[in-house]
Design a protein around this ligand. Structure first.
Ligand code: GAP
Length: 437
């Protein structure tokens, strides 16, 4: 079993990620997050929002609509240029991305002995279309957004007029994006529906100034992933080559992870220049310029963008955390990302006085913490520890017979497997300190 197979199996077994619409045979490139997966994703998004919006005074947030006037996508260049090169196998007519040589090679090996011929590459637009309206013939064609970015840029003026931001400043957003990917695959890595967490940072349209902010945001984003426990050796920056860059980018660097299927992008940092604002100004006829408060000078700012995938981050955090340790599997997720922070057990499930005490500790902790606290009274204590290790719960609290005598419980650490005994009255404080260190 490969590491990716193990992650897929664990995700299904323990409720992180399920195939989308599974009981109907699935839908290619869609995934559903289960009770633990939704917590992991929410934790990633909360940390992103905290670091981008709550801890800074130069970034504000928005949440724009997924459905937008189709003119947005004409202006942004996505109708014309948001396309991947596609080739078709002349034997079985399956289609692949021409820029993914490993997938093409894998496919050729299926047609053993036959020489596989391919059509010439042609461009395939990735925007997903939908129809809006109630009258069949008058339905309007719209696109599900291919990137969450445009919802920010079309609101540039609204944000300027309604808040006190001044350049340099940024607008953060988290939300779903959709792409008609030719070959979805590698679990959630390439999906057709996924979530992005982005910052659009508006700066003066000067080379030196925009480069300074570009380098600043590259460093900040790398620091953020490291602060959440990503292994430094498994991360790198890679600059896009000429011809590889998206139509809007003047410069593009990816943060890549050394995954079981090779070095892969999970965040892009782009210098978009004034592409978006100038295109929207041209197509909408609305003046999108910023007026400098001191000089009165008007200009279209440059945009430095950081664009991460929430699903790819979740997948790489899971892979990064997966360890097989003697007789147990342990997910060493960062405490801030772990779905459950603490689990509470009675030592034995058939001793009512232990169960009652453990239940009351569990319910107290639930009111003292705004995070998820697990309860488990199945199987033996060793199995319960292992079951929590496998989903990354940092601490387990056990009520045993000594608890009934002296009102103490044990706290067992996921990474050390060591236990310590603390007074129940100090439990919330001790756990709070441990979780925030
Ligand atoms: N606004 C810029 C933008 O969308 P991108 O490099 O096309 O840039 C940014 O996408 C991030 O979105 C990627 O680094 C990746 O994490 C995520 N992403 C893109 N396509 C994806 C897909 N098909 N499935 C899952 N995540 C995807």
């Amino acid at each position: 079993m490969t590491l990716l197979d193990k992650i897929v199996a664990l995700s299904k077994r323990r409720g992180f990620i399920f195939p989308g619409s599974e009981i109907y045979g699935g839908l290619g490139g869609t995934w559903d997050y289960g009770p633990l997966g939704v917590e992991l994703k929410n934790n990633i998004k909360r940390e992103f929002w905290k670091s981008m919006v709550y801890e800074r005074s130069d970034v504000v947030g928005v949440d724009a609509a997924i459905l937008m006037n189709p003119k947005v996508w004409e202006a942004s260049g996505h109708v014309e240029a948001f396309a991947d090169p596609l080739v078709e196998c002349k034997i079985c007519h399956e289609r692949f991305r021409a820029d993914q040589p490993e997938e093409i090679q894998n496919h050729e090996s299926i047609h053993k002995g036959k020489k596989t011929e391919w059509t010439e590459p042609r461009k395939f637009n990735l925007l997903v279309e939908a129809k809006l309206g109630v009258v069949e013939d008058a339905k309007q064609k719209v696109y599900l957004r291919g990137e969450i970015t445009q919802g920010v840029h079309v609101n540039f003026k609204n944000v300027l007029d309604s808040s006190r931001v001044q350049i340099p400043f940024g607008i953060a957003q988290i939300g779903k994006a959709f792409r008609n990917e030719i070959t979805p695959g590698n679990f959630t890595f390439r999906s057709r529906e996924f979530e992005q967490m982005e910052l659009q940072f508006y700066v003066k349209p000067e080379k030196v100034e925009s480069q300074k902010w570009y380098e600043y945001w590259k460093a900040e984003r790398m620091k953020w992933y490291l602060s959440l426990g990503m292994d430094k050796k498994k991360l790198r920056f890679r600059q896009h080559e000429e011809g590889e860059r998206a139509h809007y980018a003047k410069d593009a660097w990816d943060i890549e992870y050394d995954s079981p299927f090779g070095w892969k992008e999970f965040e892009g940092i782009h210098n978009r220049g004034d592409w978006d604002l100038s295109q929207h100004q041209k197509h909408s006829g609305v003046d999108m310029q910023y007026t400098d408060q001191e000089s009165g000078h008007k200009f279209l700012p440059y945009i430095i963008e950081t664009s991460g995938g929430v699903d790819r981050a979740a997948l790489f955090f899971l892979i990064n955390a997966y360890f097989e340790d003697k007789d147990r599997v342990v997910l060493r997720l960062h405490k801030k990302l772990a779905p459950f922070k603490v689990a509470v057990f009675p030592l034995l499930a058939n001793k009512p006085e232990l169960v009652k005490k453990a239940r009351s500790i569990h319910s107290d902790l639930r009111t003292q913490f705004s995070e998820l606290i697990a309860w488990d009274d199945r199987g033996n204590i060793g199995k319960r520890y292992f079951a929590q290790d496998e989903i990354g719960t940092p601490y387990c609290v056990t009520c045993d017979f000594q608890t009934l005598d002296d009102d103490t419980v044990t706290i067992r650490g996921r990474d050390t497997t060591k236990q310590e005994r603390v007074k129940v009255k100090n439990l919330a404080q001790v756990l709070g300190d441990k979780l925030s260190d």
